[in-house]
Design a protein around this ligand. Structure first.
Ligand SMILES: [Zn+2]
Length: 154
């Protein structure tokens, strides 16, 4: 039995994922060397992710890539059981987190949580950029527990 959309000749929109563009080339290059970077506005030094054509703070248009420490706290998360992204469809279920980075509460980054543990809001994590060669940048988060090398710097 067809659902309402296909019964009327309307095909559901296929999810569109942008290919790597110039604005993400710096992220991909840094990821290939194991570095996690974001863009920093030349004019006001605002850290910005994801890359946009204008600074969210001053509307400036010049940016540099800067490395960040990778530490943050889970702002929110969800568990995905059916992925619309072809690259991740074979990995379900997985947990996607938005992490508020230690560098700035305005800097929030999306990525996958390693380990399959259901997290709590606010728990500390560490992120690593992963070069996948796919259409979407990938950050892998790991929970920071007491005894981790990163826990000592809290
Ligand atoms: Zn700016």
């Amino acid at each position: 039995m067809a659902d309402a959309a296909t019964a009327h000749g309307v095909q559901p929109a296929k999810p569109q994922v942008r290919a790597w563009g110039d604005e993400l080339a710096g992220f991909e290059e840094a990821s290939s060397r194991g570095r996690l970077v974001v863009r920093r506005c030349d004019a006001c030094l605002h850290l910005q992710w994801p890359p946009r054509s204008a600074c969210q703070s001053c509307l400036g248009g010049g940016f540099d890539w800067v490395e960040i420490g990778g530490r943050g706290h889970i702002y929110t998360w969800t568990e995905v059981h059916r992925s619309s992204l072809e690259d991740f469809a074979g990995s379900v279920p997985y947990i996607v987190c938005i992490v508020e980075m230690d560098e700035s509460p305005d800097l929030r980054m999306l990525g996958l949580l390693e380990g399959g543990t259901v997290p709590s809001i606010g728990v500390p994590v560490h992120g690593s950029a992963v070069s996948t060669g796919t259409a979407a940048p990938t950050i892998r988060w790991t929970l920071i527990t007491d005894g981790d090398e990163f826990a000592e710097n809290r």
